[in-house]
Design a binder for this molecule. Structure first.
Ligand code: ADP
Ligand code: MG
Length: 367
């Protein structure tokens, strides 16, 4: 048992740092602290394999990179450099990032990498029928999710800002990579960037001949190969709400055993505030301009493609269970999902049948 727990990746971090076992704790200003997921691995079997771990704070969260192999240290250092480089490229909080320059100037020739992520975002916008929309940013600002100065905007103000939302309004030329925003519009890659980063680190690992590794980017985990003893990585899905009766007795919704997979969770509990007894969180429904209220507490996506997994965790959270399962049915070769509803019901998709364990009752849907 002790060993099992030692091998767990605690997919939502706070717990890993504080030893608590449930939903993330809320600090006095009502904002959840984003902290690192962390991997704890027993060392018995790995003594002869060099390993390296580094923690870094980037993209508003603690990130942990771990690698095993002869060049483990160089691999982890290179990965951390890449994290910092991509953070500087896409941060909306830094005025000289490529995205800030675009948002300020209204038009830019995108770098190749930014273009790649913008194109993935635009594809997801279409495929999710607008549930995933990087142009939601003006509303993120208005609600105060970017500054921490939270406020509930009037419906009039929300309607006004919704005029600036809709990725179809962007002018993008894939040949030249020129992106132009109509007046007042702004974009934010926060719903997908961390997944791109974790996928990218898998390429860095490959380049450095890493034999086993993982990254944990504040609740987003991506694993490289198996653990060094050949067993699967075990990734815990954080309990999104211990006040829900059905979830009150478990530390984790479940544990996924995986190799070469991203396991990425989105939930309303990650960043939120309360006003007049109502909770508002940081995943907005582009159809309403307010926090998505789809009946889900969290969505976990499992996929080899970290970028897709991150984009879809946000999207399926917005869609709600019914639409999410329809979406999965049409794309079941690309990803699997674990959905947790407000009443604590847990649904997993067919591809996870043999790799999901839970103390809770759950339903498995097949395609
Ligand atoms: P986190 O990054 O907190 O782990 P998500 O991957 O779900 O969680 O991303 C949430 C972020 O995505 C928000 O902070 C915001 O920047 C952006 N976002 C919010 N709503 C949407 C949406 N409907 N489509 C695209 N991006 C969104
Ligand atoms: Mg996401």
């Amino acid at each position: 048992m002790t060993r099992q727990i030692g091998c767990l990746l605690l997919a939502a971090a706070l717990c890993a740092l504080t030893g608590c076992g449930g939903a993330a704790e809320v600090s006095s200003d009502g904002e959840t602290s984003q902290a690192a997921s962390s991997a704890v691995q027993t060392t018995q079997e790995t003594e002869e394999i060099a390993s390296s771990t580094q923690q870094v704070f980037a993209m508003d969260t603690y990130m942990t990179v771990t690698a095993y192999g002869d060049q483990a240290e160089a691999a982890v250092s290179a990965a951390v450099e890449e994290i910092q480089r991509l953070d500087a490229l896409w941060s909306v909080g830094e005025s000289d990032s490529e995205i800030s320059i675009l948002n300020d100037s209204g038009s830019i020739l995108l770098s190749e990498e930014t273009a790649e992520l913008v194109e993935r975002s635009l594809t997801l916008y279409q495929e999710t029928e607008g549930a995933f929309d990087i142009t939601i940013y003006p509303l993120m600002v208005e609600w105060g999710f970017t500054s921490g100065e939270y406020q509930v905007p009037t419906q009039e103000r929300i309607d006004e800002l919704l005029e600036l939302v809709g990725s179809y309004k962007l002018e993008y030329d894939a040949e030249t990579r020129q992106l132009t925003l109509p007046e007042g519009m702004a974009i934010d890659l926060g719903g997908i960037a961390k997944g791109y980063v974790s996928s990218h680190i898998m390429d860095v690992f490959e380049e450095y001949g890493v034999v086993s590794g993982m990254v944990s980017l504040g609740g987003n985990v991506q694993t490289y190969s198996t653990k060094t003893d050949g067993s699967l990585w075990r990734v815990g899905i954080e309990n999104p709400d211990t006040t829900v009766e059905a979830l009150s007795n478990v530390d984790y919704v479940g544990i996924l055993s995986v190799e070469d997979k991203a396991v990425i969770t989105s939930g309303g509990y990650e960043r939120y505030f309360e006003e007049d007894g109502v909770t508002y969180h940081h995943i907005l429904d582009p159809a309403t301009g307010s926090s998505a209220r789809s009946g889900l507490l969290s969505v976990t996506i499992v996929s080899e493609d970290g970028t897709l997994a991150d984009g879809l965790s946000t999207s399926l959270f917005v869609m709600g269970k019914e639409r999410a399962l329809e979406y999965w049915a049409a794309h079941s070769d690309e990803f699997d999902a674990v959905l947790v509803e407000e009443d604590g019901s847990v649904t997993i998709t067919g591809g996870l049948k043999d790799c999901f364990e839970s103390d809770l009752d759950y339903t498995c849907v097949e395609n």
